[in-house]
Design a protein around this ligand. Structure first.
Ligand code: SF4
Length: 486
């Protein structure tokens, strides 16, 4: 699978695995994948006679040998190691089945995504190739993924959470294609030297490559990389790769959108773009008191609360700063780490502390408005008040993107990129622990586990509050700059 992304990645995975550095989004994906993996073992082993082959403890060779020893027992095997055709694979689930007198196996790859992805089909084709070459008689080859229509009934009853897709015909037909990959992979791994391949957009597809820092460090420093440009569409990327453009200065202006052109011009010139009058005009009609609001949410592949479904979003925290004319800046927040379903307490607390008039500033309004609409649909008694907050929301991201750009933002209007460019010396990088939304979600999941020690839960609580508070303080700073009050 590493080879499918980039031959250099395969080489590094085999010869320099210590250089891996996982991106925050990948850590969330792995944590969710682990939860689904544990659940899959319960679902596919109701009689509890299956065996998990612990490859982390055993090591790959011993994992394969242990699998061979267990095949005769005809029980479900998890993380089963198979070897054949020049490759080795570890299969999420091997389930024994009978077809008449035939003793066969179902091979199942379990994925935490809501929809099957192309890369997962590649993964399954490789599993099928290896299992067939290893001589395992297969009845079916399946992808099991999360069914978002599932509603959790409680009592640990997760029957129906995984939806199986039988891809036997498709992946068997790809045997020769996989054989080609294996042969190519063998020759890459046999090389003594690390293959040379420049970084590019392939480093992020299908998932962020964990060797990005290593590969970038070995490249000649670019004055201004083309990757600084925001919102490049597929056609632009193809043109850039075809032309071999790596420096921003090489890109013809005529091929850029107005926003991209602004980023290019101000990056090359090292100047700040600020349409002061336009920004002040955008904010002129925004009535006081001015409120600055930010939500944190959790999304779980395995629902934890009865009546909820996979990947439903649950707001569990908010921070709110308020400026009411000449009154000092006020702050209030909410964080629920009780482990109970957090949406109701979140909504009630928000209505309790949020003023009922004035302007509510947020960053990327679609997100907060969507969460308020969901809460309004669930809690009819709070509906009118929640939608009233939504109606008073103004998107500071949209205004900032139109009116302001600092080269230090490096082509991004993420709040953590804009904030350090403003007066006040605030920076998410100075936070202890949680520094972004992915980390906040992971921290929340850890905190609500019953076996998390109280001391650890309290620490997470402090980190989450500091992080969310900084986000709304950042909104205040942005607003002050845009409105001309700073
Ligand atoms: S960072 Fe990019 S170039 Fe380097 S190994 Fe990963 S995918 Fe390949």
């Amino acid at each position: 699978m590493a080879l499918r992304q980039c031959p250099r990645r395969l080489w590094l995975e085999v010869h320099r695995p210590a250089l891996r550095e996982e991106a925050p989004a990948s850590r969330v994906r792995f944590a969710i994948g682990d939860m689904v993996g544990v659940l899959a073992r319960d679902l596919y082993d109701p009689d509890e006679n299956g065996v998990l082959i612990d490859v982390d403890t055993l090591g790959p060779e011993a994992g394969v040998a242990r699998t061979q020893d267990l095949l005769d027992r005809r029980v479900p095997l998890f993380e089963a190691g198979l070897e054949g055709g020049g490759a080795r694979a570890f299969v999420d689930v091997l389930r024994p089945v009978r077809r008449g007198s035939q003793r066969l196996w179902e091979l199942i790859e379990v994925k935490s995504s809501a929809t099957p992805k192309l890369s997962q089909r590649d993964d399954l084709a490789i599993q099928c190739y290896v299992a067939t070459a290893a001589g395992l008689p297969l009845a079916a080859i399946k992808l099991a993924h999360i069914d978002t229509r599932f509603v959790y009934r409680g009592q640990d009853d997760y029957r129906g959470l995984l939806r199986e897709l039988d891809l036997s015909v498709e992946v068997r037909a790809r045997h020769d294609e996989v054989a080609q990959w294996v042969s190519e992979g063998q020759s890459v791994v046999a090389q003594e030297q690390e293959p040379r391949r420049p970084t590019g957009w392939h480093c992020r597809t299908p998932n962020p490559c964990p060797f990005l820092r290593h590969c970038r460090a070995g490249e000649p420093a670019l004055a201004h990389s083309v990757q600084l440009l925001p919102r490049l569409h597929a056609g632009q990327r193809r043109a850039i790769e075809a032309q071999g453009w790596r420096e921003l200065a090489e890109l013809p202006d005529a091929q850029l959108t107005p926003l991209q052109l602004r980023v290019k011009q101000h990056t090359l010139a090292g100047t700040v773009y600020f349409d002061r009058e336009g920004a002040a005009e955008d904010l002129r009609a925004c009535a006081a008191p001015w409120q600055f609001l930010d939500f944190e949410v959790v999304q779980l592949a395995v629902p934890q609360w009865a009546g909820t479904h996979p990947y439903q979003m649950f707001p569990f925290q908010f921070s709110l700063h308020v400026i009411d004319h000449d009154a000092p800046l006020a702050h209030v927040d909410h964080l629920d780490l009780s482990g109970a379903e957090p949406a109701r307490s979140f909504a009630e607390r928000l209505l309790e502390v949020c003023p009922t008039r004035g302007t509510v500033f947020v960053w990327n309004v679609e997100f907060e408005q969507a969460r308020l609409r969901e809460l309004a649909e669930r809690f009819a008694d709070l509906r009118t008040a929640l939608l009233a907050i939504s109606d008073r929301m103004v998107d500071l991201l949209r205004i900032t993107e139109a009116r302001y750009y600092h080269p230090a933002q490096r082509g991004s209007w993420k709040l953590k990129r804009v904030l350090p460019t403003l007066p006040g010396a605030l920076d998410h990088a100075d936070l202890d622990g949680v520094q972004d939304g992915h980390a906040a979600m992971l921290a929340y999941i850890e905190a609500i586990q019953p076996d998390t020690p109280d001391e650890r839960r309290e620490r997470i609580g402090r980190e989450l509050r500091d992080y969310c508070r900084l986000d709304t303080l950042a909104l205040v700073q942005v607003w002050r700059m845009l409105s001309g009050s700073a």
